[in-house]
Design a binder for this molecule. Structure first.
Ligand code: ZN
Length: 502
């Protein structure tokens, strides 16, 4: 949605013009919630809330398909797992879609494809906050900062209620209106994770990679859908009334929805997990469900149990191959057969490497992308019927990496091939993919050849189990390999520091 439409919407809201029945109902609900929030805030004090629990989100929202606007109220009961703090910070990822953002959400390479109807804008506007004095700030208006009425001690909790409005751009990206669906990734203000230094991790929207770091929390999300729409969601459907759907998930580091009035669904049970494939146009839908189910079963056996009762694989408009969220993955609907199968397996691997075992995706992108790439390779090696082989995937990664290196060497007289790099320090998708995906895949395969299958997969399984629901540093990962009794630090370092010749 462009700035003019945005201004018109704002004017209508000031005049009290209705956005639609569902929206009016939601506004009423919002008012009640805010009143309740004020009570909760005034009653709350450090120590009063039940402590030792995880942070929880209670989100009530309504999507107006005509306006392309989602109105929401997000109540966060924040459990302070860091040091004492006088304020809370939330990432407003979706505000990167506004006109004039310093960091556009889509890379230059993908921009033409992603904005399928020409340049378009959206954004997240904070309407009110209860629970403290607030301001929208940060490097790129990407942070909501709420100053608390009193210091929140470590281990204690505070409640904040945020009323907001999300305008969606027409874009095949994480948050946007696509031709067949509505992608609601990053659709609410999410608490910034606390770094090792106790500071809030602010995540400007770098278009390379996945610029998100968040802690696990419990979610209850109610969305009021437009008539005729259905939703794919992180989490399980807990309640359905009229057009309203309530979903819940525990211990997840994010929550995502994809809406459509065209969805068909196939589903199957895998070891107690309901796997669903949502699609709007797919002559081989069963094959995609097979890939989703087979990879889930393989990853459970290889890396440990999957955490949640559902896993939704969703065909949608998405300019890159796909995108991972806890218990939900977006898959680009325009991929060919083998591309779609590959994307499903790669994104499902992210349930282990990102969703369950978190890592710093801003400074060490290889850690989850490389592990996801290598897990996909291991799956295809184990299930040759899908048409990929270990040698084929490894050779493709080597060829691509060498081509990248040669190009950079010719143009710049050398290439920085270090892997622990901030997302903003990649020149674009081409360099990012070759370092975080291809070079990391080559590194993991070299490690496996050096230490053998048993130690290699044992280390990954122990990494998955040890840091489940936590955020692991790259050193944490390396230590899991060292714990198998072999000195692998030199191998890791030669790759990570860019000294190895491939
Ligand atoms: Zn990935």
């Amino acid at each position: 949605m462009n700035e003019r439409a945005r201004a018109e919407n704002k004017k209508k809201r000031q005049l009290g013009a209705p956005f639609g029945i569902e929206y009016v109902a939601m506004k009423k609900y919002v008012t009640l919630l805010i009143a309740a929030g004020i009570c909760a805030a005034s009653l709350s004090c450090p120590g009063c809330a039940a402590d030792g629990r995880r942070t929880s989100y209670d989100i009530k929202c309504a999507y107006d398909a005509e306006k392309g606007v989602l109105g929401g109220v997000c109540t966060v009961n924040y459990v302070n797992e860091g040091p004492d703090t006088d304020a809370l910070e939330f990432n407003l990822h979706a505000n990167a879609y506004r006109e004039g953002a310093l960091y556009g959400p889509v890379s230059e390479e993908l921009s033409g494809k992603a904005f399928y109807d020409g340049p378009d804008y959206g954004g997240m506007e904070i309407i009110s906050v209860t629970g403290g004095e607030w301001q929208v700030c940060g490097e790129d208006m990407n942070i909501l900062r709420v100053a608390l009425p009193e210091t929140l001690a470590s281990g204690k909790s505070a409640s904040v209620t945020i009323e907001y409005e999300l305008e969606l751009a027409k874009v095949d990206h994480r948050t946007g209106i696509t031709e067949h669906t509505v992608n609601l990734g990053n659709f609410y203000p999410i608490a910034c994770a606390r770094g090792a230094d106790g500071k809030f991790t602010e995540c400007p929207y770098y278009s390379n990679g996945d610029p998100f770091v968040s802690d696990c929390a419990d979610y209850e999300v109610t969305i009021s859908l437009p008539d005729g729409y259905s939703a794919a969601a992180s989490g399980e459907l807990a309640e359905s009334e009229g057009n309203a759907r309530t979903y819940s998930i525990k211990n997840a580091r994010d929550f995502c929805l994809v809406l459509s009035d065209e969805f068909e669904t196939l589903s199957r049970d895998v070891n107690g997990t309901k796997v669903r494939y949502y699609y709007y146009s797919d002559e081989n839908a069963l094959k995609k469900l097979d890939a989703a189910c087979d990879s889930l079963a393989f990853f459970e056996e290889t890396f440990g149990e999957y955490a949640w009762p559902t896993l939704s694989v969703v065909q949608t408009g998405f300019a890159a191959g796909g995108m991972e969220y806890p218990a939900l993955t977006m898959i680009n609907g325009e991929l060919d057969e083998s591309g779609a199968v590959y994307a499903i397996v790669h994104e499902n691997a992210h349930q282990w490497w990102y969703a369950m075992t978190g890592s710093d995706q801003i400074n060490c992108a290889w850690q989850d992308e490389g592990a996801a790439e290598y897990s996909a390779l291991a799956f295809f090696e184990n299930c040759p019927g899908y048409g990929f082989t270990r040698a084929g995937l490894k050779n493709a990664a080597i060829s691509s990496y060498r081509a990248y290196f040669a190009v950079y060497d010719q143009i710049f007289g050398g290439a920085d091939t270090s892997m622990n790099r901030h997302l903003k320090d990649f020149s674009g998708d081409y360099e990012y993919v070759n370092i975080a995906y291809n070079k990391a895949l080559i590194m993991f395969d070299t490690l496996r050849e050096s230490i053998g299958d048993e130690r290699f997969f044992g280390a990954l399984k122990s990494y998955s189990e040890k840091y489940r629901f936590k955020t692991a540093s790259c050193d944490d990962m390396i230590r899991c390999f060292e714990d198998t009794g072999v000195d692998v630090r030199g191998v890791f370092e030669s790759f990570l520091e860019g000294r190895i010749i491939i």
